[in-house]
Design a protein around this ligand. Structure first.
Ligand SMILES: Nc1ncnc2c1ncn2[C@@H]1O[C@H](COP(=O)(O)OP(=O)(O)O)[C@@H](O)[C@H]1O
Ligand SMILES: [Mg+2]
Length: 303
């Protein structure tokens, strides 16, 4: 059926939101196109900062690969406020695009990676404990601007200080964390949740290989390449993920999707590295049925 015919039949239009560098979407997200079409939904890719898009014309606009927002977060969250039917909702996007939400989750008792938060005017001082540390921006995605430093090594100390300085010079908040060495062997577990009739439901999980080999010298591009394989999460990982989702502002009933990223801490228990409500790759290719589950969740939101 042609698009005109679909429009004439009043089929709902859904936007999958991407960025100008990926106008045809990330290949993984394209896997949901056919399942949506099978459900009678007209779906289009739309670039978030394209001034010609009429967001009010969509029954739902789903954030997928707006991966260029970290250098323009204020503009991005202001734009999110203008989209009438956005998933995930604009207030969740505002909350989730600044990793200081991890501080709130830690205060709520969730196991998060211990973090020093350095505002643009704060001085960088060496952590008291020796070892390897991660320096990353509080607003960031795709492992960009993220580096790993062995602070026992003088050159690494200088590189870490330079990294902090670079981010601060751009007016950015910085976070410093101990490097969780278990990621080198166990990897990171990403647990994917998709909305069902009574809130988010576990869909599938993947293992992501370690991303950080050393200092950050600045990389071009939207993301660093990832090594992804399917994984069955352990019970304690599922349990932490469920607790994280229960602590969401407004509860776990609101998001269309969520991804919880965990790495084992020093005692082996899972620690929250990141909760993704804005730009997660959903790794649909790694689980048969995942694209259909997402299409069902989108269809259910169309009323
Ligand atoms: N404290 C840490 N210990 C070990 N690896 C880390 C740590 N923080 C980040 N990483 C690595 O860097 C990657 C990117 O960091 P993350 O906090 O997930 O930010 P984002 O994915 O938003 O860029 C992670 O997937 C992980 O491989
Ligand atoms: Mg991440």
């Amino acid at each position: 059926m042609s698009d005109n015919n679909r429009a004439a039949r009043g089929e709902p239009r859904v936007a999958l939101i991407t960025c100008a560098d990926l106008p045809e979407l990330d290949p993984d997200d394209r896997l949901v196109l056919e399942p949506l079409a099978e459900r009678g939904i007209r779906v289009e890719a739309a670039v978030w900062d394209d001034p010609d898009v009429d967001w009010a014309g969509y029954a739902l606009a789903v954030l997928r690969s707006a991966w260029d927002y970290p250098s323009r977060r204020a503009e991005f969250v202001a734009w999110a406020d203008t989209v009438p039917r956005l998933a995930n909702a604009a207030d969740l996007v505002r909350w989730n695009t600044d990793k200081r939400y991890l501080r709130e989750l830690a205060e709520a008792g969730l196991p998060t990676v211990p973090t020093s938060w350095l505002g643009p005017d704060a001085d960088w001082t060496l952590p008291a404990e020796p070892g390897e540390y991660v320096v990353k921006p509080v607003v960031g995605a795709g492992s960009v601007d993220t580096g790993r430093y062995d602070l026992a090594d003088e050159e690494n100390r200088e590189l870490a200080a330079g990294h902090v300085k670079r981010l601060h010079a751009a007016g950015r908040w910085v976070m410093v964390q101990p490097y969780l060495t278990a990621v080198d062997t166990a990897g990171e577990t990403s647990l994917l949740f998709v909305a069902g009739p009574d809130g988010l439901r576990f869909s599938h999980a993947v293992r992501k290989g370690p991303m950080l080999v050393g200092p950050d010298y600045g990389v071009d591009g939207l993301f660093r390449p990832e090594r992804i394989t399917p994984r069955t999460p352990a019970e304690p990982e599922l349990a932490v993920a469920e607790r994280v989702l229960a602590a969401l502002p407004g509860g776990p009933g609101r998001p269309l999707y969520a991804r919880v990223d965990l790495i084992p801490g020093p005692d082996g228990a899972p620690m929250l590295v990141e909760l993704e409500l804005t730009e997660p790759s959903l790794f649909l290719a790694h689980e048969p049925g995942a694209a259909d589950r997402l299409a069902d969740a989108i269809a259910a939101r169309l009323g």
